[in-house]
Design a protein around this ligand. Structure first.
Ligand code: FES
Length: 368
């Protein structure tokens, strides 16, 4: 065992004022706690993905990690009951003349229990096979009393056409999935927003894994359909988009682009206006995820701000051969581009510049 390395932390009276605090000495992070007149010092780095334990909170005798709530005993560093083998190091403390000292040579070692990786965490490799098209419906409605949806109508036309052209398809209706809102892990720290999504890993009942599976692992083409609600895409779209931050965040924190050689196209319908605003937002977001776009990447329908006779929108879209043909042409453009990307990859060519988003931006600066 290494020799002791005692370090003065400060006055007992001052340090006892905070129930929990994160202290860094050199490269050693310590979660120092004070509870019922007793100090505890354990590592300030969580076993999970390194959350700052001293910035968490105390729950009885346990330090709760501020990132995803793993718990460690404030004095022993052992995990909560049932997970005692999940340990962070503990540090010895001593008091001299009203001063608190810590031995920077940890008294115990870190121990991690092996955890089965989430199925979504597997390597991203396109399995051989025909082109795969994901249709994503974002409209909200009462499922037990369904109504006619113009965006769904055109989406299903596009998907049927993709099938007729030889693709395999999968339609996901966000309205039919039970999934939680993004709860702001990224707002705590970029590293706290994990892949797979922290919620997906912690809550087996959350069904957004179907979207992650389809977009990250399965599909070559995404066709997303949304209504316009008060000038924006549907609320369900935004609920999903916030949860997709974990995909984009891998570019930020790991320079890892998970969406490669995939194509997105959009169907936007609204009783009122702002097609360009909605599509601009969709293009920005899916571009930041890594999707590519075909020439003319969307179709849309809106009769404008003064068109309050919504039933006429329904009949116009339902009866419009132009819009249905537009939906078919849209998916054909998207699949054509995707097919080229897939074939190029199979021939061993690089279909995208190598490197992450930062590298792409740098290339842009050099060449423009
Ligand atoms: S619970 Fe501590 S980093 Fe996730």
């Amino acid at each position: 065992m290494a020799d002791s390395e005692w370090h003065l932390l400060g006055s007992v009276d001052e340090l006892a004022k905070k129930p929990l605090q994160q202290i860094t000495v050199g490269r050693t992070r310590i979660a120092l706690s004070h509870r019922d007149g007793a100090f505890g010092a354990i590592s300030g780095a969580c076993n999970h993905v390194g959350g700052p334990l001293g910035d968490g909170r105390l729950d009885g005798d346990y330090v709760v990690c501020p990132w995803h709530n793993w718990k460690y005993h404030f004095q022993t560093g052992q995990g909560e009951p049932g997970y005692e083998a999940e340990c962070v190091p503990r540090f010895s403390l001593r008091i001299e003349n009203g001063q608190l000292l810590v031995d920077l040579q940890a008294a115990t070692k870190r121990n991690r229990i092996p955890h089965e990786p989430h199925p979504l965490a597997r390597p991203i490799e396109r399995a051989p096979g025909p082109l795969r098209v994901v249709g994503l419906s974002t409209t909200a409605m009462d499922p037990s009393n369904p109504r006619f949806s113009t965006s769904d109508e055109l989406l299903l036309t596009a998907i049927s056409h993709a099938e007729a052209e030889g693709a395999v398809t999968r339609v996901i209706k966000l309205n039919g999935l039970q999934f939680r809102h993004c709860e702001g892990y990224y707002s705590k720290a970029a590293q706290a927003c994990t892949w797979p999504c922290s919620i997906t890993q912690m809550d087996p009942a959350d069904q957004l894994d179907q979207v992650y599976e389809a977009l990250v692992h399965w599909g070559d083409v995404l066709v997303l359909a949304t209504p316009i609600r008060w000038g924006s895409a549907s609320s369900l779209y935004y609920k999903m988009a916030e949860r997709l931050n974990c995909v984009q965040n891998q570019v930020t924190i790991r320079d890892r682009v998970m969406i490669k050689n995939k194509v997105a196209a959009f169907i936007v319908t609204g009783g009122q206006d702002n097609v360009q605003g909605v599509v601009g937002s969709l293009l920005t977001f899916f571009g930041e995820l890594g999707f590519l776009f075909p020439q003319f990447p969307f179709i849309a329908h809106s009769r404008g701000w003064t068109a309050e006779d919504m039933e006429r929108n329904v009949s116009e879209v339902r009866d419009s051969s132009e819009l249905h043909e537009g939906a078919m042409a849209l998916v054909s453009r998207a699949t054509e581009l995707a097919r080229g990307l897939v074939d190029a990859k199979h021939e061993g060519e690089t279909a995208m510049p190598r490197g992450g988003r930062k590298a792409h931006r740098l290339q842009g600066k050099v060449t423009h």
